[in-house]
Design a protein. Structure first.
Length: 315
């Protein structure tokens, strides 16, 4: 019995050859366009979801497993999909290295006042700016999964004290100095010089950082968001930045993407914006294909898959 696999993106021949090499029991197709994907989904048992829509999985009556391209899967988890028996795995871990480096870039940008130096250079102004050292500063991480743990590990190399909150604080976390449960968020916000959002977007984490939480941060602290835009109440953040209730923010993700040209965030001098590129790396696709092929081998062998998402929890 053949297992039909759909690579729902413009897959190159190299990807097709690699997936077919997993087993002779596979029939592997790709779909570069929406219409092609809907047509080929009718026989698919497995989908590698480069592109995704509600109608795609509803067009796939034989579908049993979806491998997401990303670590975040809130865009897949509609109520109907959650209620379905379809297995979902995510790409947790494959973006940890570039995202951790991106977070450190944000930290150094603000700690060494590069935001001010860039403006001074544009205006031909020779002017010193107040700086700080990362060593002995406190980084608070919200969410200590694959990405949060790598952020913590890299940050420790710079001498930062790392504290974190996570849903299961009893799990081992050698990268952090102290880990507490979600109810300790006020503690983390009040202790931290930098706060990094590394958690998944779920109904319980939407607008996790709002006006009350921003007021709990130090006025000298910076907010870093590489998770999802919906984790932050953007209107509250804009107000806090304008009023200098926090020192600044490094933002890679936004409530609406692309960020609208009229968003006040573009023009705030204490904000650094990157266009959802923290996970970009020349090695990301190779890591994704290695994960998918290993999971495909496990699937055919009846073994437990890597990175299975608890659809009820959202990650």
């Amino acid at each position: 019995m053949k297992v039909h696999v759909l690579l729902n993106y413009d897959a190159g021949e190299e990807d097709l050859v690699r997936v077919r090499a997993v087993s002779s029991a596979l029939v592997v197709e790709n779909a570069a366009r929406r219409e092609e994907g809907l047509r080929r989904a009718t026989t698919a048992e497995v989908i590698l979801a480069g592109h995704w829509s509600e109608e795609l999985w509803k067009a796939a009556p034989r579908l049993r497993w979806v491998q997401s391209w990303g670590a975040g899967v809130e865009w897949i988890l509609t109520p109907e999909f959650v209620a379905s028996p379809i297995l979902l795995t995510n790409a947790q871990g494959i973006y940890a290295t570039p995202i951790a480096e991106h977070v450190v870039a944000f930290l150094l940008h603000f700690a060494r006042a590069f935001d001010r130096h860039v403006r001074n250079q544009a205006e031909h102004r020779w002017q010193h700016a107040e700086v700080r050292e990362l060593r002995d500063s406190t980084l608070g991480i919200i969410g200590l999964g694959g990405i949060g743990s790598e952020v913590a590990r890299v940050a420790k190399g710079f001498g930062l004290r790392v504290i974190a909150v996570r849903r299961r604080p009893d799990r081992p976390a050698p990268e952090a100095d102290e880990v507490r449960g979600p109810d300790a968020l006020p503690w983390l916000l009040g202790e931290s010089d930098f706060v990094a959002l590394c958690t998944a977007l779920t109904p319980t984490t939407r607008h996790l950082i709002g006006e009350a939480e921003l007021r709990q941060m130090k006025p000298t602290a910076y907010l870093i968001n590489i998770g999802r835009g919906g984790l932050v109440d953007e209107e509250a953040l804009i107000a806090a930045l304008r009023d200098k209730r926090i020192a600044g923010a490094g933002l890679d993700v936004f409530a609406q993407e692309p960020l609208p040209p009229d968003s006040p965030l573009w023009d705030l001098p204490n904000v650094l914006i990157t266009p959802h590129t923290s996970g970009n790396s020349p090695h990301s696709h190779e890591r994704l294909m290695a994960l998918f092929c290993e999971n495909l081998r496990r699937y055919l062998a009846g073994e437990e898959l890597l990175n299975v998402v608890d659809k009820g929890e959202g990650y």
